[in-house]
Design a protein around this ligand. Structure first.
Ligand SMILES: [Zn+2]
Length: 272
């Protein structure tokens, strides 16, 4: 059965024209999970699934409450709620999210206590570990401006195992290296705010990665390959790629809206 990761959006902060912010759809053994749903990702998800309410989606994972990672979870709520989600026509959709995400969706709903949000979605807190269909989900707190969970999804199916790790938004940290250890695919934010001269240096290294830092993490963790994403609008993505190649010699792919990346069962570089 096909295992594939589709890029819904590749921008950090806000979307460039024709693009969207952070979001991915991971499909494996018939199970479909969305990783983040930033600005403009929901319509792309609906198109991909061929459903205006994302029927066929089994779960959503949200790394943190910044809108470029989760605002279209509210779009998804609106779609499912108005299609009868809260009256039982659609089953509650499991959502795994860090603190603040649920409250953000409820606040946008605008009516206290926002019970509809709790009937359309079934909430689970991150960090933590969970079984999701064929996956074991491992989520760890990683350094960012707000609570952020880096996530890893492993499937041990002998015939077609996959392992994917995604850091959401965060700076370099030993915990990130541990999360990514031996993974087949490291989805790495590469905000690369160094390219935006107005950004203070203190913001660049602590809460976000650039190309070189992402490559350092991938190398230290023994990741097999890396998908770079969360590009700051206006950045030269080829420059970020060139920086990453200086610190990681495995395969590197730049995220692009609509890109479909087959997932293999190959182990990471540090695996026996
Ligand atoms: Zn963020």
């Amino acid at each position: 059965m096909t295992s594939v990761l589709t890029v819904l959006g590749s921008c950090g902060a806000w979307p460039e024209t024709g693009r969207a912010c952070s979001g991915f759809l991971l499909e494996h053994e018939g199970y479909r999970v969305a990783l983040d749903l930033g600005y403009r990702t929901a319509p792309r998800l609906f198109d991909l699934l061929g459903s205006p309410v994302a029927e066929g989606l089994d779960a959503v994972i949200i790394t943190h409450r910044h809108p470029d990672h989760m605002i279209d979870l509210h779009t998804l709520f609106q779609a499912r709620h108005n299609a009868g989600g809260s009256s039982g026509a659609l089953p509650p959709l499991p959502v795994y999210a860090t603190e603040g995400v649920r409250m953000t969706v409820r606040a946008r709903r605008g009516d206290a206590p926002g019970r509809a949000v709790d009937s359309v979605f079934r909430w689970h807190e991150l960090p933590g570990t969970y079984d999701l269909g064929p996956f074991r989900l491992t989520a760890r707190r990683l350094p960012h401006v707000v609570p952020n969970a880096g996530v890893r999804l492993d499937s041990d199916s002998e015939s077609n195992s996959v392992s994917v790790a995604y850091n959401g938004g965060c700076g370099p940290s030993p915990e990130l290296v541990e999360l990514v250890a031996g993974v087949d695919l490291f989805i790495a934010e590469a905000s690369d705010r160094y390219q935006r001269v107005q950004v203070p240096a203190s913001l660049q290294s602590e809460f976000h990665l650039d190309g070189h830092a992402a490559g350092d993490i991938a190398t230290a963790a023994g990741a097999r390959r890396m998908l770079m994403t969360h590009f700051w609008p206006g950045n030269d993505r080829q420059r970020t790629l060139a920086d990453a190649r200086r610190s990681f010699d495995g395969p590197i792919v730049l995220a692009d809206e609509g890109l479909r990346l087959p997932l293999s069962g190959q182990a990471g570089r540090n695996d026996p």
